[in-house]
Design a binder for this molecule. Structure first.
Ligand SMILES: [Fe+2]
Length: 268
C-alpha cells in the first residue's frame, strides 16, 4: 500500500516536473523571441539615428552654404575684397593644421574665416567703399562688424566655436583690438589664426586707399606685429607656409608696392 502511494506520488512529481520543464522551455523561447525583437528594434533605431545624423549634417551644411553665399555676395560687390575670405580661409586651415589641431577643429576655423566679415552686411556701402580716411563715427560703425557677424551666426548651435572666432577676429595680442579688448592667450586660438591670415591678405591686397604690398614687405610688417598685436608663433608659421609650403597660393595682389604701409589695424 505504502509502495503504491510512493509510486503515484513519484509519478505526480514527475508530471509536475515535466510541466514545469515545458513551461520553462516555452518561457525560454519567448525570451529568445523577445530578445530578437529587441535586437531588431535596436538596429532600427540605430538606422534612424544614423539617418537623422546625416539629415542634420546636410541641414548644417545647407545653412552654412546659405551664409557663405551671402558673404560671397557681399564680397563680390567690392573689387578690393573679392576672394579675400576664401584666401583667409585657406591660410587659416593650413595654420590650424600646422598648429596640430584636429581636422574638424581646423575646418571650423576655416568656415569661420569664410564668414569672418559677414557682419559688414550691416555697414553702409558709403563707409565700406570710402576711398579716404573714415571719421570717428564711421569707424564706430565699421568696428561693429565682428559683433554683427557673430550675431548672424549665433542661432546655429553647431557653430558656437565659429561664432566666437567671428566675434574676436579683430582682437589684438596687446589688448588694443575690438570688440572686447581681449589680450594674449585670452584671445581664442582660432581668432588669433584668422587674424594673422586676415592681416596678411589685407596687406597684400589693394584697398581704395593704398596698393597691395609685395609679399616680402607684408612679411616685414607681420614680423613687426608678431608678439605685439599678432601671435608671433602664428606669424612664423604663416611665413613658413607661404615660403616653403605647397605652392597652391600666390600672394594676394600687386608686386609693385608703391603704396604707403597701411597699418594692420586698417584691415577691417
Ligand atoms: Fe574684419
Amino acid at each position: 500500500m505504502a509502495g503504491e502511494v510512493g509510486l503515484s506520488q513519484a509519478m505526480s512529481y514527475a508530471r509536475d516536473l515535466k510541466g514545469a520543464y515545458e513551461a520553462l522551455r516555452a518561457r525560454e523561447r519567448e525570451l529568445v523571441e523577445a530578445n530578437e525583437r529587441l535586437r531588431k528594434a535596436y538596429q532600427q533605431s540605430l538606422r534612424y539615428a544614423r539617418d537623422l545624423k546625416k539629415t542634420y549634417g546636410r541641414l548644417q551644411r545647407a545653412i552654412l552654404q546659405g551664409l557663405l553665399g551671402l558673404a560671397n555676395a557681399l564680397e563680390a560687390k567690392d573689387p578690393y575684397t573679392r576672394g579675400h575670405s576664401s584666401r583667409v580661409a585657406e591660410l587659416s586651415l593650413e595654420l590650424a593644421l600646422r598648429m596640430g589641431l584636429p581636422r574638424p577643429a581646423a575646418e571650423t576655423i576655416a568656415q569661420a574665416a569664410l564668414l569672418h566679415d559677414l557682419g559688414k552686411i550691416g555697414v553702409p556701402e558709403s563707409i565700406l567703399r570710402k576711398p579716404g580716411a573714415l571719421t570717428g563715427e564711421e569707424w564706430e560703425i565699421m568696428r561693429r562688424h565682428p559683433v554683427m557677424g557673430a550675431q548672424i551666426v549665433a542661432p546655429l548651435e553647431f557653430f558656437d566655436d565659429g561664432a566666437i572666432i567671428v566675434r574676436h577676429h579683430h582682437e589684438r595680442l596687446d589688448g588694443s583690438g575690438y570688440p572686447d579688448g581681449l589680450a594674449g592667450e585670452g584671445i581664442p586660438l582660432g581668432a588669433r589664426i584668422v587674424a594673422v591670415a586676415d592681416v596678411y591678405d589685407a596687406l597684400t591686397s589693394g584697398r581704395p586707399y593704398r596698393a597691395g604690398l609685395a609679399h616680402a614687405e607684408a612679411v616685414r610688417v607681420l614680423d613687426r606685429e608678431g608678439g605685439r598685436t599678432l601671435d608671433d608663433r602664428l606669424v612664423a608659421l604663416l611665413v613658413d607656409i607661404l615660403e616653403t609650403g605647397p605652392a597652391t597660393r600666390a600672394p594676394g595682389a600687386a608686386a609693385d608696392a608703391h603704396g604707403h604701409h597701411g597699418a594692420p589695424e586698417r584691415s577691417v
